[in-house]
Each structure stands twice: as structure tokens, then as C-alpha cells.
Design a protein around this ligand. Sequence first.
Ligand SMILES: Cc1cc2nc3c(=O)[nH]c(=O)nc-3n(C[C@H](O)[C@H](O)[C@H](O)COP(=O)(O)OP(=O)(O)OC[C@H]3O[C@@H](n4cnc5c(N)ncnc54)[C@H](O)[C@@H]3O)c2cc1C
Length: 380
Amino acid sequence: MASRTHVAVIGAGVIGLSCARELARAGFDVTVLEAAPTIGRGSSALANGGIRAQFTTEINIAFSRFSIAELETLERTVGGLGLHQTGYLMLAGAEASERRLRDAAELQRRLGVETRWLEPDEIASMVPFVRTEGIRGGTFHARDGFLDPAGLVAALVADARAEGATILLRAAVGAIERGFVIRHAQRDLRADAVVNAAGTAARAVARLVGGDVPVEPVRRNLAHVMDPDGAGGLTPMTVDVDTGVLVRREPAGGWVIAYADPDDPPGWDTSVDPAFLPALAARLPNRFPSILDLPIDPSQCWAGLYPETPDHHAIVGEDPGVPGFLHCVGFGGHGLMHAPAAGRAITELVARGRSETFDLRPLRPSRFVEGDLVIESAVL
Ligand SMILES: Cc1cc2nc3c(=O)[nH]c(=O)nc-3n(C[C@H](O)[C@H](O)[C@H](O)COP(=O)(O)OP(=O)(O)OC[C@H]3O[C@@H](n4cnc5c(N)ncnc54)[C@H](O)[C@@H]3O)c2cc1C
């Protein structure tokens, strides 16, 4: 016999967990179905943990504003997130980078984000490890920063369960009948509404019910280097906008370094790209020559998959062909930082058929067939 729930959420990454937490808090009976034997072991486990409001589109800035406030609350109430609000510092050497940063900061400020423009001398004193030669300035937002991805997963799980959500593990969803009957690895589950939160598997899950979402896996690499000087103070997440390299200090010591090649093709490979370290070596000297001098240990580099979309925006909304089937997918490199907003948006859609907190139009699933895309360019 099938069991019954009001809302079934497919996937227990940060997005599915945040949806479950908000839905349960709003009084819905929620069951999360997770294929893996453990929670949050997909992309969510492999992230850098960065959180920032420094985006270039209204919807991403709105998602960040909401989420940063929620993450601050979650750290206070549940704890364990390892939230460090060190700020994000975006550096511009090229004229085009300066223009992009100034335009984005103006939009951010108009939307209530307190992003500041820093002159080269302020940058030199804030981040003395940066080579400031030829630098034009940069933008800084103090409530940006980073957190521990595993800590966020644990806090969302604790809160979702406390609100009454059920999380089933080893429950891979293999078929869905409209209406809905969800066939998963343990038994059938009937649900009035379904949330697709399957990360990089979002497209496969959508197709189970005759829907579609253009979400593709794209490999992203990170390196960790030890610093012989020890732990040192934390730094802002410091982004060289000219090259795309970002660095931050780890609380336990050393540095995390990231660079995402915009030309990387989609694929499922999660081994570290052999081109990654040479790409770093070519770009680090521009602003971070002292970090280039530190030994990169290839065994401390890792890679994971972004659930990416063509316009670098998430897909949040009902599938146009499948009433009651909601997508909450395609969060690319900003799924951790936008998880709270995603949960709120989905809960409002389930409860009222529309969101009062956000204008979700730029995230609607139908925008791809309509050819009506707004591109996020602050992609790291
Ligand atoms: C190297 C790297 C660095 C990153 N850095 C950042 C960062 O600094 N800041 C940030 O905000 N984001 C970052 N991200 C992005 C972030 O990790 C993702 O956007 C986010 O984790 C997506 O969460 P999710 O819940 O959608 O997907 P996932 O965490 O992948 O969860 C999806 C879940 O669905 C399950 N599932 C799939 N198919 C099925 C099925 N058929 N039945 C049941 N369950 C199923 C999977 O097992 C998985 O557990 C980074 C990602 C990577 C790889």
C-alpha cells in the first residue's frame, strides 16, 4: 500500500532540505525522498561555502538579501553553520571590470545592499596579500562571507525534522505518475504536490513526469594550500574579477582557491580537471603572487558539479505542463547561499500559487522555450 504526504520533495541537498524546512514550518505534511544513504552528499557537500549579495540581477540580489538574513538567524537559533561574515571583496584592474563592478554595486545599493566602493589604498590595508599594482578599486559588502556546507546541511536537517518533516534515505525516485504517485526504492508515496530538488539530476527527474528543465552538470574545481605561517586571520572572499580567481583563508589555516573556466563543457566527471592547476598558476600572479609561492598539494584539491542553467539563474516554479509539479533546481554556484530563499519561494507557491516575497518571473521554467532570458554575469 502507498503511504501519503501533502508535499513530496525529491532530493535532500541544501535546496530540498530548505524547502522541506519551510514547508513543514508553514504546516504542510512533507516527505523528502533521497536516493543516497546519507543526507547532503551531492553538490552541497563539495561547495566552497561562499555567500554574497554581490550579483548583477534583481532576483539574485533579492534571493541573497533574504538568504543572508535567514542564515544569520539560523546561526543564532540552531547554530553550527560556521558562518564567517568576512565580506566579499571584488577587485578590478581592467577598465571593463571596474565598469561591471560599479554598475552592479549601484543596482545592489538600490536594492538595499550596502556595497561600498574601495579605493586602492583601502584595498591595500584590508588585504595586504593582494598585489595592488594597476588596481582601480573594488567593491566590498561586509555581510557576505562563507560558511561550512556540512554545517548548513546539519542545521537545515535539524530544523526540518524539528518542524515535523520526514526524510527518507535510500529512496531513489524511479517513476512518477501524475496525480501524484511516486515510485521510489522503498515503496510508493502519494502526494498532492511534488518539488523537484534533485540538483544535477533535475532534468532526469523532470522527465519522469513528462516535464523538462535545462539543468546540466558542470565540473568546478577547488584547491587548498597550506600556509607555513599557520592559521592567520580570516580574509574576505577576495575575487580578482580580471582573471576570475578567488581566494579566502580557511579558519583552520591555509587558503582555498577557486577558478571556474567559463568554457568548461557539461559532464559528470568529478575528478580534478588536469587543466585546473595550470590555469591557477597562470592567473594567481595577477593579484595573488604570494599565494602562488605556497605549495599546492594536489591531494587537497577537489571537484564537484554545479547544477547549471543557460542563464545562470535557478529555475523555480510549476512545470508548465504538469500542474502541482514544482521545480526548485539549477542553482549553479549559488545554491548554498540561496537555499533559504528557495525554501520560502517554494512554500509560497505551494500555499498560494504565487510568491509574495519574490518576483519569481525571471526564474519561471517556461522562460527557456519563450527565449526570454536574463543573464547573471557575476558567475564564479
Ligand atoms: C566546487 C563547488 C563549489 C561551490 N561553491 C559554492 C559556494 O561558494 N556558494 C554556494 O552558494 N554554492 C556553491 N556551490 C554550489 C552548490 O553546492 C549547489 O548549488 C547546491 O549544493 C545545489 O544544491 P541541491 O540541493 O540543488 O543539489 P544537491 O546537493 O546535489 O542535492 C540533490 C540531491 O538529490 C538527490 N537525488 C537526485 N536524483 C534523485 C532521485 N531520482 N531520487 C531521489 N533523490 C535524488 C541526490 O542524491 C542529491 O542528494 C558550489 C558547488 C561546487 C561543486
